[in-house]
Each structure stands twice: as C-alpha cells, then as structure tokens.
Ligand binder design. Sequence first.
Ligand code: PEP
Length: 254
Amino acid sequence: MVSGGKLVVGNWKMNSSPAADGALVGQLLRSAGSFGAASAVVCPPFIAIPAVAEMVAGSPIAVGAQNVHWEEKGAFTGEISPSMLRNYSVTYAIVGHSERRALFGETDAAVARRFWAAVGASIVPILCVGESGEERNLGVQNAIVESQLRAVLRAGEAGSPGKFAVAYEPIWAIGTGKSASAADAQAMHRHLRSVVEDVFGEGIAKRTPLLYGGSVSRHGAADLFAEKDIDGALVGGASLVAGEFLAIISAAAN
Ligand code: PEP
C-alpha cells in the first residue's frame, strides 16, 4: 500500500456538455470537504478541460487528461501535447486505456512514448494495463499484464520514473457491470507491484499507486479498497453520476 490516501480517478470518456459538466463538478465540489485523505481526479474530454480546470481551481479535485501526445508541437492532427495540458493545470494523464489500444491501434511502443512524455512534463501518467476475458480463461493474465507494464517501464530505462500510477483494468470488466473480485484484483496488484519493484526497486514500488478499474461502483468499492495493494480506482461509468462517484470517494476516504 502506498503511504497517504487513496486515489480515485474519474474517466468521463466521450461524455460531456457544458451543462452536464457544470452540474457534475458543482456537486463534487459541494462534497469536497469530506474527501479526507482521498484524492480525486476527473478526466474530461480535452475540449472540456479548460472549463473544468477553472471550476475546480483551488479545490481538492485535480484534472486529468484521457491521453497525451509525446511531441511538444507540430504536425500531429488531433493530438494534444504535454505542455498544452500543463497550460490548463492538468496534472494527470491516462495512457494506454484499452479503448485506445483496441479502437485506435495504440501499441505498447506508442503508449510508452506517451507515458514518458508525461513524466517529462511533470504530469502523472496513469498507465492502463489489463487482459481480455479470453486471456483470463487461458490463465495467461499475469503474463499479458506484466508484458504491457514492462514494455513501458523498460522504454524509460535510462530516465527517472518520476511519479506515475498503474491502473489494472481487466478488459472483460470495463463497462460490463462485472467487476473483478477484490481477491483477484489484489492478486494482480501484488504481481504488478513486484514487477515495478523488479524494474525500479522497492522504494518506488511502494510509493506507486496501483488503481483498479472495471465496473467499480459504490457497492464493491470498500472491499476493493480494503486490499493491501489496491491504492485507489479508475472509474468510468460511475464517475459521471455525482452520487456514485462521491460514494466511491467516500469508501476510499474511510
Ligand atoms: C474505464 O473505462 O476506465 C472504466 C473503468 O470503465 P467502467 O468503470 O465503466 O467499467
């Protein structure tokens, strides 16, 4: 377990409008005084980041992006650079989400470039890894997830890892309403921590937040957070409903 509080990150995916974002963030802000030691991050679509960043400025809620490019500027249509994000107070960036990998062809190599560009810009990358249902049925989940993690961490062998987080997101659990059990998630998190330790040593492994993602809801959150190596959650659908997201943060705060 990392020292300090748990980290709860909301991935809004491609869901946003000025009215909906204002209502959602307004409700989160009204309860921000009760987050305790838990940290909350919201990751809106790029276009909504400036408005959301303005709303949460000075509050305990931080802003994350759903992706980040590795170059600073230039002919990269549709991409957003680390310094652009920094200009709008973005301090976290999700990289390697399974939807990016499956729908937009992102490879481990591209994910690694995004990850290290974020580190270089003092943005905390949240590296998503996870196996498919078929891979779990075959019993190869540890090998799959380990290879996704090592591909990114190894790519930066020469550099300092800075601060980063890893999100274990089994693909079969994302958006299905079927979360991994707390015991299965804990087993994978322990494995992930051992891989981080192998690459960067015990100190960094101990302070790297390992988040679980995949149908996290107010119902299973407390059981997940009770596990030794589960340091927080990456929340999709439930992060769009203020009451649900707040209930998950509250489970993390206890
Ligand atoms: C996600 O896509 O990162 C995610 C965890 O989604 P959900 O919570 O909806 O399963």
